[in-house]
Design a binder for this molecule. Sequence first.
Ligand code: ADP
Ligand code: MG
Length: 709
Amino acid sequence: MPGENDSNVSKTASAGLDYLFSDIQYLKGVGPRKGEILKQNGISTVFDLFYYVPRKYLDRSLITPLGSVAEGMTVTVLGTVAAFGLVRGRKPRFETVIEYDREQLELVWFSGYKYMDKAFNIGDVICASGTVRAYGRLYLPHPEFEIVGSADDETIHTGRLIPIYPESAALKNIGLYSRGLRRIIKPALDRLADEPCETIPEKWRKEYGLYDLSRAIRQIHFPDSLPEADSGRQRLAFEELFYLELIMAGRQKNRRRKADGISINPPKTLGRKLLDNLGFELTSAQKRVINEIYNDMKARYQMNRLLQGDVGSGKTIVAVLAMLGAIESGYQAVIMAPTEILAEQHYLSISRLLEPLGIKVVFLSGSVKGAGRKAILESILSGEASVVAGTHALIQKGVDFKKLGFAVIDEQHRFGVAQRGNLQAKGKNPDILVMSATPIPRTLAMTIYGDLDVSIIDEMPPGRTPVLTKHVPEDKRKQMYEFTRQSVKDGKSAYLIYPLVEETEKSDLKAATEEYQKLKEEIFPDLRLGLIHGRMKGEEKQAVMASFRNREIDILAATTVIEVGVDVPSAAIMIIEHAERFGLSQLHQLRGRVGRSGLKSYCFLMTGKKVGEEASRRIEALTEISDGFKIAEADLDIRGPGEILGTRQHGLPELRVASLTDSKIVSLARSLAFEMIDEDPGLDSADNRFIKTVLKRRMRNKIRYSKIG
Ligand code: ADP
Ligand code: MG
C-alpha cells in the first residue's frame, strides 16, 4: 500500500532531520573556531554544507598531461604550483611553474600581473587553459586559470571529475577549500547511512525519477559521472523549489481563506462612458485580463495580481478600468510609479480619461511642496480626490486616504517588496495590481512574484508595426541625422539617448551635455532641441517633457530617465548612442518609447569602437526581435539565468541549487506544492506531517548565500 510506504518514510525521515539540521560545529573535523567562520559564510548546519555545491566539474579526460603539450596546441592542463614570482628585466613578466608527474610547464603573464602573487599559493593545484608558445622552452601565455584544490587531494589524482567549488577567500583561509571541504562533507555524508533522512515523499521520487537525498548529495560532491552529478542536482533543485512553492501556496491559501479583503463590483455607468469616449476598441487580450481583474476584485479576498504586458500593449487603460470599479463602489484608487516623469504622465493621461466623467485626479511627488501639497493631502484625506497618481512620496507618513480600495504599482520591478507593503498599508487590505513590462515566462513570474496571480496581455493594439531597428555604422551617421531631420519635417518627434550608467558620474553627464550642445549648434541648428537628465529638478523635467509632448521640442536628448513607461505618440525616431553599454531588456524598454501610435517608427543603434561579444549579441537580438517575451528569453540565453533575476529584491529566499529558469522543475514543484496545500492546507495528514517538519526546519535555517565568494 502506498500510504504505508510513505509513513515509513516519514518516521525514518524525521529521525534523520535532527542530524540534517544540526549545528555545523559539532561535525567531525569542524569545531567551534571553523564552525564560526563557516556560519559567517552561510554554512550553519549539515544541510547547508550539503547544499554548498560545486560550481562546476572539471573532466580529467579533457586535460592534456604536461608531458604531451607542444607548441601551438590549445590545452587545458593541471598542475601543482611549484614556484612563482616576478622576473624583472627587459621584458618584465610574472612566471609560475606548475608540475605534475614530474613534468613542468610555465605560465607567463607579461602584463596585468599586479596581484598575481596573491592569486595562489605554492601547493595549490590549478587548472589552466591557453595556447602553448615556445621561447627556448614551452610556456602558456596569459592562461585562464582556476584553483581546483591542493596537492594531497586524492579526488584530484583519482577521480575522473574534479568538483570546483565557489571561490571563497574566507573558507580558503581556514583550509576549507575543495579538498578541505570534501574532507568534512565525506564523513557527514557517510553518517546519513546511520541517520536515514529524506525530505521528499518516496512516491514522488519514484514517479519523477528523483534521487534519494543521500545519493543526490554523494553524486554532487563525489560524482561518478556528469549525468549522475546532474541528477543529484536536479533532486536538490526540485526540493528547494518545492519547499519554496509550498510557502507561496500557503500564503495564497491564507489570503483567499481570510476573505478580509474588499469586494468591489465591476464599474457600470462609468465604465461604459469611458469606453464610449475612448476612440479605440480594447484588444481581446485587454478584455480578457480586465475580466480576470474584475473577478478577482469582486471576490472577498484581497486581490494580489501581476499584470504583465510588453511595452505599449496598453496596460494603463486596463488599470484605469479597474480603478473605475473601485470608484463606483465608493473607494479611492492610487497608482504609484518609480519615476517622477512616469507618475506625472500617468496623472496626465488618467486625468484626461477621468475628469470628463467628473472624477477628481491628483498628483503627488516629492516636488509637490508647500500650500499645493497641503491642499492635495487634504483632498486625499477628505476623499474629494478619487484617484491619486504619484511616486514613492505616496507611501510616506502624512499621506492618508479616506477609503483606499485599490492600489496599482507600475513598473513594479523598480520597487522593493517593502514599498509594495507600505502602499498597501495605506488602506485596509485594498486590492493590489502590480504592472510590469519586463515580461518573463509565466511559471517564473508566478514564483518570483511570490503569491501573485498573473494576467498577461499577449497582444498589441492593432496597427502597430514593429519598430524598424538598425545597427548604424559610424560612417552612416550623417545619413541617419538627415533621415531624422526629414522625419521631423514630416511631423515626427525623436529621442536621442545617451548612456549614463551612473547619473551621478559628473564626467558622464558632462559628456552628454557637451554632445548635446554640439548637436544643437552644429547638426540641428534648424530644429528645436531639448535635454532631460536625472540630475534635473522634478519641475524642470516635467516642463521639458510637457514641451516635448506638445511638440515644442522636436528632438529630445535624454538619459535613461525616460526608460520606463513614457508615452508620447508623435515620437517615432530613437537614436541610442553607445548601445553596447545597455542591457537587452533596457534597450527594449527604451525602444518601447517609440512606435506607440500608428506612425512608422525607427530605432537606430550606435556603438563605440569596441563592442564585446555579449554586447554584439544583444544588439543583434534587438534588431531581430520585437516581442518582449522573446527578448526576455534571448536575454536569458545571453546572460544566463543567475544574472537576470535578482531574486533577493523580490523577497525570495536565496536559491542555492535551483534555477528559476528551469521551467520544467519549477512547474512540477509548483503544481505539487499547490495541490498539496489545496488538499491539506495545514499539512496535518499523516503523510504530510514530515513535510511540515522539514518546511519548518528549512525556514528556521535561513541563510544568506550571497556572502559567499
Ligand atoms: P504600456 O502597456 O506600455 O503601459 P500604454 O498603456 O501606455 O502601454 O499604452 C500605449 C498606447 O497605446 C497609449 O497611447 C494607449 O492610449 C494606446 N492603446 C492602449 N490600448 C489600445 C487599444 N486597444 N487600441 C489602440 N490603442 C491603444
Ligand atoms: Mg505603462
